[in-house]
Write a protein that binds this ligand. Structure first.
Ligand code: ZN
Length: 225
């Protein structure tokens, strides 16, 4: 028994020293996907004005965006989205989770919905980055996570390639709801908010369904472009 516990202790120490990462941004040795210096740099890209208020059909919606779409934030997002670097996704999800925890107004969230991606884009990319961020907030004691409630019914061009007016026209009627939603405080999660048109289309879909019972809607995004 004693020998067994000595071996267990030894093995534990060995495995701790064997877990060694190389920072995915600066390639120095690190404890996780990002070294402490790059984690620090990511935190310094935070927006001073994180909260924006918009009105959708008379409802007041708080939109929280945490970082500038620039520097390490932008680099990590493109590594994740376009190069499918899942360590970058993990690092962003952990940063997103920590930053959300600091927002007292988001402490009573009971339902989390990621911004849906069209199934063609999902097939092409293999994942939806908003889902990865949204999942980081899921805590089965406090809230629910639902990636199936809303779907993107029509393929739209990436936001960067179309202007605001085009975007509004394209998005009309593209978000469909699959089942009734009941929530006291619902949180919509996205990676980058550009024009906010997708978010508004989602909120309109939610508000226009008479069977939904939603008291409050907020939005959280990793960054604002
Ligand atoms: Zn680094």
């Amino acid at each position: 028994m004693k020998i067994k516990s000595i071996f267990q202790k030894l093995f534990k120490q060995l495995s701790v020293s064997l877990v060694h990462y190389e920072c995915i941004l600066c390639h120095q040795s690190a404890q996780s996907a990002l070294c402490i210096f790059c984690q620090d740099a990511l935190a310094k890209e935070a927006l001073t004005n994180k909260r924006k208020i918009i009105k959708v059909q008379g409802e007041t919606i708080f939109i929280y965006s945490f970082n500038h779409y620039d520097g390490n934030t932008k680099k990590l997002l493109s590594m994740f989205k376009y190069n499918k670097n899942h360590l970058a996704g993990k690092a962003l999800a952990s940063y997103f989770y920590q930053t959300c925890q600091q927002q007292h107004a988001l402490s009573d969230i009971d339902l989390i919905l990621p911004v849906p991606s069209h199934r063609l884009r999902y097939l092409y990319r293999g994942f939806n980055q908003a889902e990865i961020l949204a999942k980081s907030l899921y805590d089965h004691d406090r809230n629910h996570y639902d990636a199936r409630a809303l779907i993107k019914a029509r393929y739209t061009r990436p936001q960067a390639k179309s202007n605001y007016t085009q975007r509004q026209t394209q998005l009309h009627g593209t978000i469909a709801q699959r089942h009734v939603i009941v929530s006291k405080h619902l949180l919509i999660v996205d990676d980058v908010i550009t024009t906010g048109a997708t978010i508004q289309a989602m909120i309109k879909t939610l508000l226009n369904n008479p069977n939904n019972k939603i008291d409050r809607i907020s939005v959280a995004s990793l960054c604002r472009a």
